[in-house]
Design a protein around this ligand. Structure first.
Ligand code: FNR
Length: 338
């Protein structure tokens, strides 16, 4: 019996299987606008037709200066909600749950204007120097996450994921490599975690559905964060009511990453057993048997696929066939499928 295709319930939301479309920026909004375009309405629902259990919409900016690029999706104003609602309706009408990744790019923002980070250190020569956030800036960003979560709820999303990975704002606070603050937001693990604590609490004021956090479990650099360092932080997240950790790695500083199929799966295992929380594994997982092995052996509860689902929206159907599992065929395709 395939476990990959066994439904899973997380805080009242049932996913039809454990295959998740990993959030991936499409850079497809007209400059400065952030609104859902036809592209998003084709791209995401295609993967729902393809059979994924959960579609996590790309990093969506909670503040305009928190976009990675000028072409990012946005959720910083109420005018963004209608387009996102259309998107969730389409995804859900094809049997998948709809998730959204709420994001702030911090010092990795390549937008026009000022950018913000825990400390005034540029990511590299190619990036702008960020402003060190004041306590007021931090308060504003935390409340922007709350407002974004409220809009996500109004738009009909089933799952919210906070982007705490890949060297974007929340990750920049968590890692001692990018956070050199001397106030209550820097220094000890508790202090570096403080903005994440405040963000989770703020989001939970308006959101009682499944809450995921994506982390970069390793900075891949001496003196940086390692999976074991994340275990206590994830325990705090769990105490605050986070349901699942989506375990990625890297990109807080430039570093050499040894990547090969499943290279981040051991990080997921460390977090899952260390903190006793549901996890998602991601990174170069392309073969159905590999995805099956990960969930069967308790290395993760969900398997996220990125590029493989860009290459093949019907990957879950191919996997179901290989693993001998059932996946409903869209009625429109029934005559032609077999
Ligand atoms: C990404 N990735 C990514 N991650 C994230 O947390 N938020 C995002 O918006 C994006 N955007 C994005 C765009 C594109 C085009 C790619 C290829 C990747 C990372 C992605 O979610 C995933 O973690 C990695 O691609 C590794 O998984 P795969 O592709 O090896 O299955």
């Amino acid at each position: 019996m395939s476990k990959l295709f066994e439904p899973i319930e997380i805080k009242g939301v049932t996913l039809r299987n454990r295959i998740v479309m990993s959030p991936m920026c499409m850079y497809s909004c007209p400059e400065q606008d952030g609104r859902v375009q036809d592209w998003h309405l084709v791209h995401y629902p295609s993967r729902a037709v393809g059979g994924a259990g959960l579609i996590i919409v790309e990093a969506t900016a909670v503040q305009p200066e928190g976009r990675i690029s000028n072409e990012d999706l946005g959720i910083w104003e109420d005018g963004h909600t209608d387009g996102l609602r259309r998107l969730t309706e389409l995804v859900k009408s094809h049997g998948a749950a709809a998730g959204i990744q709420l994001a702030h790019a911090g010092r990795k923002s390549e937008t026009d204007g000022d950018i913000f980070a825990p400390s005034a250190i540029a990511f590299s020569d190619r990036y702008k120097q960020p402003n060190e956030m004041t306590a007021d800036d931090i308060r504003e960003t935390v409340s922007a996450f709350r407002e974004a979560a409220r809009r996500a709820k109004e738009a009909g999303f089933d799952v919210i994921e906070l982007h705490g990975a890949h060297g974007y704002l929340l990750n920049e606070f968590l890692s001692p490599l990018s956070n050199l603050r001397e106030d209550e937001y820097g220094g000890s693990a508790e202090n570096r975690y403080r903005i994440v604590r405040e963000t989770i609490d703020a989001v939970k004021e308006v959101w009682d559905g499944p809450l995921f956090v994506r982390i970069s479990a390793s900075d891949w650099t001496e003196g940086g964060m390692k999976p074991d360092d994340y275990v206590p932080m994830v325990q705090w997240m769990k105490e605050q009511g986070v349901d699942l950790i989506d375990v990625s790695s890297g990109a807080v500083v430039q570093a050499r990453i040894e990547s090969y199929p499943g290279y981040q799966v051991p990080f997921s295992e460390t977090i899952r057993t260390g903190a006793g929380i549901l996890t998602g594994a991601v990174g170069m997982i392309t073969e159905p048997e590999h995805a099956e092995e990960i969930v069967q052996n308790g290395r993760a509860d969900l398997v996220l696929l990125g590029r493989e689902l860009l290459r093949d929206p019907f990957w879950p159907r191919r996997a179901a066939e290989k693993l001998g599992a059932e996946l409903d065929t869209p009625v429109q395709y029934e005559r032609g499928w077999k």
